[in-house]
Design a protein around this ligand. Structure first.
Ligand SMILES: C[S@@+](CC[C@H](N)C(=O)[O-])C[C@H]1O[C@@H](n2cnc3c(N)ncnc32)[C@H](O)[C@@H]1O
Length: 190
């Protein structure tokens, strides 16, 4: 079986630098909250790929670390950051076997990746008042993309259940069959 790093490196080798920065609507919606985050103003982008979210957060003045199993994806992310006039830190790690980079983090985000083993670690890695943003495919995606691996889709209610110890700011958790992603923005109590 092909490992995650080999599979994603191969995919990103066929990619080129994106012409424009792709901004996650969930981050944009909470831009003001992100601007008001208190020290240390560090952010972790999990399974960052080519680092669009990481670069966006660096542009908001955060000290961002992007972690991904693909060094090829992260290299494209570094180029994107340079082009957009910011710096990001990158860490190559296969998160099926490695731990998440140690915080403390003022913000943790993850887009289009699901690894349920990470969920339990996250709340305590956030500083008090720190924010979590997670958005990925849910079970409704399978009707659009039947070949998609059903292990990697969220069931209805999963995000709220996994992050019940955080204060939820925004939640769409698979109740609407028209939405093929679920998302959460939440904050650790001060
Ligand atoms: C669909 S892409 C999403 C990338 C980015 N978050 C985005 O939204 O553009 C999924 C990402 O998960 C990463 N990934 C897959 N398996 C991984 C693993 N075992 N450890 C770390 N990253 C992994 C891939 O390299 C890829 O960059």
């Amino acid at each position: 079986m092909v490992s995650d790093p080999s599979r994603w490196d191969e995919k990103y080798r066929a990619a080129s630098l994106a012409p424009v920065l792709r901004v996650e609507s969930l981050l944009q919606r909470h831009q003001r909250d992100i601007g008001e985050l208190s020290a240390p103003r560090t952010a972790l982008d999990i399974a960052a790929g080519t680092c669009h979210a990481a670069v966006y957060l660096a542009k908001q003045g955060l000290n961002v670390t992007a972690v991904d199993c693909s060094r090829v994806g992260l290299a494209l992310g570094k180029e994107l950051a340079e082009r957009d006039g910011v710096r990001i830190n990158t860490t190559t790690a296969d998160l099926t076997v490695a731990d998440l980079p140690k915080g403390p983090w003022s913000l943790i985000c993850c887009f289009r990746y699901l690894n349920r083993d990470l969920f339990a670690q996250i709340p305590s890695m956030l500083v008090p008042g720190g924010m979590l943003f997670w958005r990925t495919f849910n079970v409704h995606h399978l009707s659009k993309a039947p070949a998609f691996n059903p292990e990697y889709v969220l069931q209805p209610g999963e995000l709220a259940r996994h992050f019940s110890m955080l204060d939820v700011l925004t939640l769409s958790d698979g109740d609407d069959p028209k939405e093929n992603t679920s998302w959460i923005a939440a904050r650790r109590s001060v």
